[in-house]
Design a protein around this ligand. Structure first.
Ligand SMILES: [Zn+2]
Length: 479
């Protein structure tokens, strides 16, 4: 715990109160009854002004002292990356807690997350997922630095427009998985990588053969404790055999968030459990004397928002304008993706649907807007792939699209919405030798993480959508 003293913010408000109250008192004293004798009045005025000056000066000095001492505790000590004490080369553990909405860390006591934040670098208002804010597209963007249109996993489920083949979340055929994930980049450069689950990790690509003992096949029933132990065991290997890049994945609190919505005590309990798993990891690393040497990057893939049965939009309600057959709809909610037969005009479908939605006659119609994909806001980066169906609907947060009115009653949680929606944000915390202690950085998109990891590991990145200069804005310069 020794070097983990968090940088405390400057206690400025107290200073201001202390210096202002006596000043106010002296001024009111001067304007009152003590003014009959002019020389007496002058000396009182002189004393008062001297006192005011003294108090103001001492307040200024105290303020300056506190300001500079606070600045030095976060920047002075950490002006360059800290040297490794035990490990031979930098190691990154990339951890994902699925559906960890930004702000969940305030729901309950999270001493281990707090410790990583206090002694590491945090995206102060969360990490921005890519669109669509779904598990597979986002996890694969984190490890490739590519937007879904470029890494190919454009949804959790989709159809190949040419062959009609279906991609499902259990598919490990490399034809679907484009780009170069971090484990491949690492092994391409002669270093070791290990995956205790991650989206796409079991796909054999280039020099990555998903080797036994390093690439663990996804199994939801493996207890979280065991997953942490699998990571810790790598640190018992001889130094040169320790993988330099490891992934660790937890399904929670996404699971609970879907079932009961983000504001249920079950989510709070799941958050506490994730925190205790981080505690187990931290103490295991400490026991091996490597906690301060390892770079831990803690992220989620997306956030979560409450949904309820009154916030539904029924496609059948559009029948007076246009009938959309089930067979055209490749994904329904929150990402409505439509691929009509080739002979039907896309712009006509979009304009008829929007006409109905905006007519005021379709329940919640104004909460859904249809686009030909090339006309989606460019910030979504969601058009440059044939796999993306040509007509896309953007639904407002918390609303859901259904084909028919089923009168089904359900309340829970969902994600997949526009990535500019705050509820879709997740967390980013970096802790380790190359992260400044107690530093806050502005929010950024998760496609930046690929370059961040290659920069920490000092390896050559594959081309990607992240910015080459981004790591410099987050990491400490090497000493
Ligand atoms: Zn989910």
């Amino acid at each position: 715990m020794g070097p983990d003293s968090p940088a405390k913010p400057t206690p400025a408000p107290d200073q201001e109160e202390n210096s202002s109250s006596p000043t106010t008192a002296l001024l009111s004293f001067d304007t009152d009854a003590y003014s009959s004798n002019p020389s007496h009045k002058t000396s009182i005025l002189f004393i008062s002004l001297t006192l005011i000056t003294c108090i103001a000066l001492s307040a200024a000095f105290a303020f300056a002292f506190l300001f500079f001492s606070a600045a030095s505790s976060s920047a002075g000590v950490d002006s360059t990356a800290r040297a490794l004490t035990k490990l031979k080369r930098p190691v990154v553990i990339l951890i994902s807690s699925d559906g960890f909405r930004f702000g969940y860390q305030f729901k309950t006591s999270t001493p281990n997350i707090d410790r990583l934040i206090a002694n590491g670098t945090e995206a102060e208002r969360g990490l921005i997922p890519v669109f669509p804010t779904l598990t597979f597209p986002n996890h694969y963007s984190i490890v490739t630095g590519l937007y879904p249109a470029h890494h190919g996993i454009i949804n959790n489920y989709f159809l190949d427009p040419v062959t009609g083949d279906a991609f499902t979340m259990a598919n490990h055929d490399s034809k679907w998985w484009l780009g170069e994930p971090l484990w491949e980049t690492v092994t391409n450069q002669g270093l070791g990588a290990a995956t205790v689950f991650w989206v796409g990790a079991e796909v054999k690509k280039g020099s990555w053969s998903c080797p036994v003992n390093l690439c663990h096949h996804y199994n939801q029933s493996v207890p979280f404790e065991e997953r942490v132990d699998m990571i810790l065991q790598y640190f018992d290997l001889p130094s040169e055999e320790i993988p330099v890049f490891m992934t660790l994945y937890f399904e929670d609190p996404d699971h609970q968030g879907h079932k009961v919505g983000p504001d249920d005590p079950q989510v709070t309990e799941a958050v506490a459990r994730i925190d205790s798993m981080l505690g187990k990891l931290i103490s295991g690393l400490e026991k091996r004397g490597v906690f301060e040497d390892v770079n831990i990057i803690l992220v989620g893939d997306h956030g979560m928002v409450g949904t309820c049965d009154k916030k539904l939009i029924f496609i059948e309600d559009l029948a007076p304008w246009i009938v959309i057959p089930d067979s055209w709809v490749q994904s329904r909610t929150p990402l409505l993706a439509i691929r009509p037969p080739p002979d039907i005009s896309l712009s006509e479908i979009v304009s008829k649907m929007n006409e109905g939605l905006q007519s005021g006659k379709v329940k919640n119609g104004n909460r859904l807007k249809m686009y030909v994909k090339e006309e989606l806001p460019s910030r979504l980066h969601y058009s440059a792939s044939d796999r993306i169906p040509p007509v896309i609907g953007l639904v407002e947060e918390g609303f859901k699209v259904e084909m028919k009115n089923s009168k089904r009653q359900e309340c829970g949680g969902a994600h997949g919405y526009d990535n500019s929606v705050f509820s879709m944000r997740t967390i980013f915390i970096g802790h380790g030798p190359q992260f400044a202690r107690g530093r806050k950085v502005p929010s950024f998109e998760n496609v930046q993480i690929y370059n961040l990891v290659t920069s920490i590991l000092n390896i050559k990145p594959a081309p990607n959508n992240g910015s080459a200069s981004f790591p410099q804005s987050i990491l400490l310069p090497s000493s």
